[in-house]
Write a protein that binds this ligand. Sequence first.
Ligand code: PHE
Ligand code: ZN
Length: 856
Amino acid sequence: MSADLMAQETASKRLSDYQPYPFALETVRLDFRLDPQETEVRARLALSPRRAASALRLDGEELELLSLAIDGRSLTRDEYTVDKTGLTVHAAALPAQPFTLDTRVKIAPEANTALEGLYMSNGMYCTQCEAEGFRKITYFPDRPDVMAKFHVTIRGEAPVLLSNGDLVAQEDGFAEWVDPWPKPAYLFALVAGDLVAHSGSFTTKSGREVALNIWVRKGDEDRCAFALEALKRSMKWDEDVYGREYDLDIFNIVAVDDFNMGAMENKGLNIFNSKWVLASPETATDADYERIEGIIAHEYFHNWTGNRITCRDWFQLCLKEGLTVYRDRSFTADLRLGPVKRIEDVIALRARQFREDQGPLAHPPRPDHYREINNFYTATVYEKGAELVGMLHTLLGDAGYRAALDLYFDRHDGQACTIEDWLTVFEDASGRDLSQFKRWYTDAGTPVLRVREQFEDGTYRLDFEQDTKPTPGQPGKPPRHIPITVGLLGPNGQELVPSTVLEMTEARQSFTFEGLGARPVPSILRGFSAPVRLERDVSARELAFLLAHDTDPFNRWEAGRQLAQDALVALAQGEDADPAYIDALGALIADESADPAFRALCLRLPAEDEIAQSLHDRGVTPDPEAIHAAREALARDLAHTHEDALTALYEAMAVPGPYTPDPGPAGKRALRLAALGLLNRLDGGARATALFENATNMTESLAALGFLVQTGADEKALASFRSRWEGDRLVMDKWFIVQLAACPPERAAARAAALTEDPLFTWKTPNRFRALMAGLAGNHAGFHAKDGAAYRFYADWLLRLDPVNPQVAARMSTAFETWTRYDADRRAQMQAELERIARTEGLSRDLSEMATRLLG
Ligand code: PHE
Ligand code: ZN
């Protein structure tokens, strides 16, 4: 590669360099002649110049150009140039009027292991085009602000040939699809294979009947019913809550086994990782069912937030992802238990996004530069992006939020938009100035919110202070506009001041409440009204009071979380833990007025990585072994103290009768298993063994297996689970992950290494690779074992995967994102691994960007 090209490949793209495309693309005709080694793609683009005398640049990678013509005339070799990233037709060869450009290219789907563009999975053809995969299919302006109507013909041997839009003609070995809605190339999809459909239909609010199909491999058709019903619920919810109706006569979902991500919202043809579609009681857990429902909803909701209104450029990714995550969360909250869903989301946000914000990969929800966009499908863009939408909702209220969304759909339907467009809609709908709020989109980092209290003569005052630490490339952090939902409680737990939203805009700001008879107990940041870290000097007694009495369920849980975190932080530093947590949980276990799912969450101790985060936040270097020991000690102490109550709970929460994934029984199982998790520390696995042997659903079977793995006496159970499920790819992924994530840390690295020898470790399949590697990385003390064995092993495998599937390798490298928080030895070991990766010859752009950023 020339130095020039090299520079071009490694250079950052910048938001400030945005230029509109100099041509309008009216229509696209694509014709596919499918073949595993030599697929031919013919493309006809109807283009019209927006500016005279501009050359035409089309993106294209790994394509073999067979022919190129404009208005039917083949171009001569001096009229265009082809390089590694695309094709340029020189201005002199271009008509000044609208013209058609015809290309023919050859591609090799079978050789495509990166799973981007057109590839094959178990003999089935499948595409993945977001973000920039379409350029591996044909020469094209592969950018989201170029939208066109697609007309697609497919020729191939497969019995099922699918693309976007409506099917207009079909014969043996041929299908023709027309999508009436203009779309960017990243929403294109094609699927061809020997598939069977699980079908249904949905009648929209205006009375149009939509055919629904879930396409799967033969043998999987009896695992689609739940996904189909979830799709119908999503369609109905989007009509009821956002007024959004579906806009085609057919909606197809396809499940594929080889997929880099969770799922993809291609227009009218969503493609899913089979893990997030297929479900049966024997093979999927309660958590799987809930995720499947959420992801089906997420992809469906993209039809309006993402497809009808898309992003101008990839810097605006959170415009579609943050909003769509916010929408799928609200959907799940409406259909299941809202407060429980909120708590789960915040646990995940802290585990993934706060962690990201704390380290070298910190970036704003709307980044302003990147080298490889695939590296920006992050917790910050998705989950924090959703928090920002939630804050706008809180600031505007329900009616204001709905008015803003209505305006957004009215004003921007059919467009490719920016965060500025989005915020302007909220300003216009509410008359408010959101210029300060915009910093949430442009600034990285988690603000720390400190609060102090004053009570005098019936006046209660809260003094807030906000501060955000510098992040890479952003030294200074001006104050943000923070909605802080607050309520005040009286001594018996009665609500003195109901939830009110305080709007903080200054670095320091005070709020007063008048006319109070006695000092109230404040409940601050209710519902987690902003993604900040709240710091407040508060006694264990007061936290216990909030855990017992707060009328806001989120803060009730949060008080318990805080108690647990404080106890663990003390224990991990060799200090004594305040007994308040253990005492307070006693009351909670017995509180039958609280929902089982809620109580289950309260019984769950923070993960070891989160304890490490907490220690780091408090300026203490985390010691993984000490953290593991502290967590074990607290769990054992809890189990000991409440053994009788937990045993009673374990019995009482058994769910008789046939399995359903409904929130009621699922909540009971969660509580029952939380109790078992603690009791398991006392009975040496006796109950877990019994449950494992008798379980009739995957939720209990897998949980019991995990508990046995924890005790170390897991050999028999792992073997029997394997022999029962070795033919089932989705269940076997669970087998890989559980035995690493839950095993005693000193065993983790060696066990991971041994598992790579297992013939079922088909490492080129992303799900399997992830199961093993994420299992190991999820074992905090195991991954961070002193001898560095896990670090080396993990880096070795990233390097092995990189040439095969750079996207997944890059994504998995985030296991190292916390390296700077640990002691000098561990830091040096992780740094050495990252440097070894960075130095590797021929590294992908994906992994190379990650290694460089990780090293800081
Ligand atoms: N856009 C997809 C989603 O959020 C995620 C995705 C990105 C899938 C890139 C594949 C590739 O729903
Ligand atoms: Zn999405």
